[in-house]
Design a protein. Structure first.
Length: 444
C-alpha cells in the first residue's frame, strides 16, 4: 500500500502550487523584493498572490461539482404569500420601498439630517402599513388555501370513527380483488373536516390539487380498514394511521389498491427498530417497519440552526427531497411483481422493463461518479458540512447506496422536488410520471 492514496494525490495536485506560491511570496517579503506596478505604489507580488490564492479553491470546486446540474430556477406559479420564496420577495420589496422613500426624502430635505413631520408620518405609515398589509394577505392566503383543501371533493363525508376489517385471505390475487372492491364501494366517500385538518400537517396533502383529494381520501379509508397497524413501545392512534396511510396511498393515487396486495402489516416503533439499529425504516413486500420519530419529521417542518448545520443536521419537512414513508412504501411497490427490490417496478414481460433497467443503470453510474468526485475533492475538507451543490440536487445520496435504492430515492424527489427532478433528470421524471400517472411538478 503506497503512502499516498489517489484521493490525497489529487488534493496535492491542486494545493501544491498554492503552497509554492505562498512560499515565494514570503521570500519576497523577507528579502524586500517588492517591485511596483509602473505608475502606482502597488507591489507586483501582492497582486500575483491575490490572483493565485483562490485559484486552487476554484479548480477543486469545479472538479467536485462536475456532473452536477445546479438549478437555481424556480417553478413558475401564481403568486402565493404562503410560499417561502414569494413571502421573501414581498419582504424585499417592502424594505426597498421604505429605503427608497428615506433616501429620496433625505436628499430633497431642505435641512441636512432633518425630516419634516409630514415626511416622518409618510415613512412610518409606509413601514408599519406595508408590514401589516403583508401579514394580513399572508393570513388570508393561508385561510383560503386551508378552506379550499377542507372543502375539496363532492363525496359523502364519512363521519364515523375509522374502522378495521382486516383481510384474512392468504391468496395475493384474492387480496388484490378485495382491495379493489372496497375502493369501488367507497367511490362516493371522503374524509370529513376533522381528519382532513390532521392531514393538512402534511405539506404534500396541502399542495395536492383539489380534484385529487377525494380519491386520496377513499384510498386512505380502504388502507386503514384493510391493513394491520401495530406499535412497539407506543400506542398507535387513528391520527398516526392516517398520516402513514395518506403518504402510502399517494403512491397509488392513480393506480389500483391491488398494488398493495402483498402487504400484511405496518409496524411503528417509538425511537428505533430493535433488531435493526441505525435503520429509520425497512420494508419488504409483506411488511413495512417505520420509526415514528422520523416519520414525524415529514409532518413537522424543521429548519436547523447554523450550529446544527455545522454538525451535519439537515432540514426536514416539505421539499427537502427526503420522505421516509414514501421511501419504504416505494420498496413495497418495487418488489410487488417479482419479490425483489431492484428499482424496476414492472414485470419482466412489460414493454417498459428494458427502459427501466437501462435508466436504473445509467442513473446509478452517474450518481456514483458525482458523489465520488465530491467526496474526493479537497474542498470537501472545508465545505463538507454544507455541501451546497449536493443539497440542491434533486436526487440525494443514500447511506449504503445501492441500485435497489434508486427507485425509492427517485420517488422521494418525484413527489417532494418534482420541478427540480424534471429539469435535472427529465428521463427519470418521465418514467416515474408514467408509472405513478401523476405530475407533481405542476402541483407547486
Amino acid at each position: 500500500m503506497s503512502f499516498l492514496n489517489n484521493k490525497w494525490k489529487k488534493r496535492l495536485f491542486y494545493w501544491l502550487p498554492w503552497l509554492l506560491g505562498s512560499l515565494l511570496f514570503n521570500l519576497c517579503l523577507a528579502y524586500e523584493f517588492m517591485p511596483l506596478i509602473p505608475g502606482t505604489e502597488i507591489p507586483i507580488p501582492v497582486v500575483l498572490f491575490l490572483l493565485c490564492f483562490p485559484l486552487p479553491f476554484y479548480l477543486d470546486y469545479r472538479r467536485a461539482t462536475k456532473g452536477l446540474k445546479k438549478d437555481n430556477s424556480f417553478p413558475r406559479a401564481k403568486f402565493d404569500l404562503s410560499k417561502k420564496r414569494h413571502f421573501t420577495l414581498a419582504i424585499i420589496a417592502w424594505v426597498l420601498i421604505n429605503l427608497g422613500i428615506l433616501v429620496y426624502c433625505g436628499i430633497t430635505s431642505p435641512k441636512p439630517e432633518y425630516l419634516e413631520p409630514k415626511i416622518l408620518i409618510l415613512v412610518c405609515t409606509t413601514f408599519f402599513g406595508g408590514f401589516l398589509l403583508i401579514l394580513v394577505l399572508l393570513e388570508l392566503t393561508r385561510r383560503k388555501k386551508v378552506k379550499r383543501a377542507l372543502g375539496a371533493g363532492s363525496g359523502r363525508p364519512w363521519i364515523s370513527k375509522l374502522r378495521t376489517s382486516l383481510i384474512t385471505e392468504e391468496g395475493n390475487e384474492e387480496r388484490g380483488r378485495i382491495l379493489n372492491d372496497r375502493l369501488s364501494q367507497k367511490a362516493d366517500w371522503q374524509l370529513n373536516r376533522s381528519p382532513r385538518e390532521e392531514l393538512l400537517k402534511l405539506g404534500l396533502y396541502l399542495n395536492l390539487p383539489n380534484d385529487l383529494r377525494q380519491p386520496l381520501d377513499q384510498r386512505i379509508l380502504v388502507f386503514v380498514e384493510s391493513f394491520e397497524f401495530t406499535g412497539v413501545d407506543l400506542e398507535v392512534t387513528d391520527e398516526m394511521k392516517m398520516l402513514v396511510a395518506a403518504q402510502a396511498c399517494l403512491l397509488i393515487l392513480k393506480r389500483q389498491m391491488s398494488d398493495y396486495r402483498h402487504l400484511r402489516k405496518i409496524t411503528l416503533y417509538k425511537n428505533r427498530i430493535k433488531d435493526r439499529p441505525g435503520f429509520r425504516g425497512t420494508a419488504s413486500r409483506n411488511e413495512v417497519h417505520l420509526v415514528w420519530k422520523y416519520v414525524q419529521e415529514e409532518v413537522k417542518i424543521n429548519r436547523p440552526t447554523r450550529l446544527e448545520r455545522r454538525r451535519g443536521v439537515r432540514p426536514t419537512g416539505l421539499e427537502d427531497g427526503r420522505n421516509l414513508t414514501l421511501h419504504e412504501f416505494a420498496h413495497v411497490l418495487d418488489s410487488a411483481e417479482d419479490g425483489t427490490a431492484q428499482s424496476i417496478p414492472v414485470s419482466e414481460d412489460s414493454k417498459d422493463y428494458e427502459q427501466w433497467k437501462a435508466m436504473r443503470d445509467e442513473v446509478y453510474d452517474r450518481l456514483e461518479k458525482v458523489y465520488e468526485n465530491y467526496s474526493d475533492a479537497a474542498s470537501g475538507l472545508w465545505i463538507n458540512h454544507f455541501r451546497p451543490e449536493i443539497r440542491s440536487y434533486a436526487l440525494h445520496e443514500y447511506e449504503g447506496w445501492r441500485r435497489a435504492e434508486m427507485l425509492t430515492c427517485a420517488t422521494e424527489a418525484f413527489f417532494e422536488r418534482g420541478h427540480y427532478l424534471r429539469r435535472q433528470w427529465p428521463e427519470v421524471y418521465a418514467l416515474l410520471k408514467k408509472f405513478y400517472r401523476l405530475d407533481p411538478a405542476c402541483w407547486h
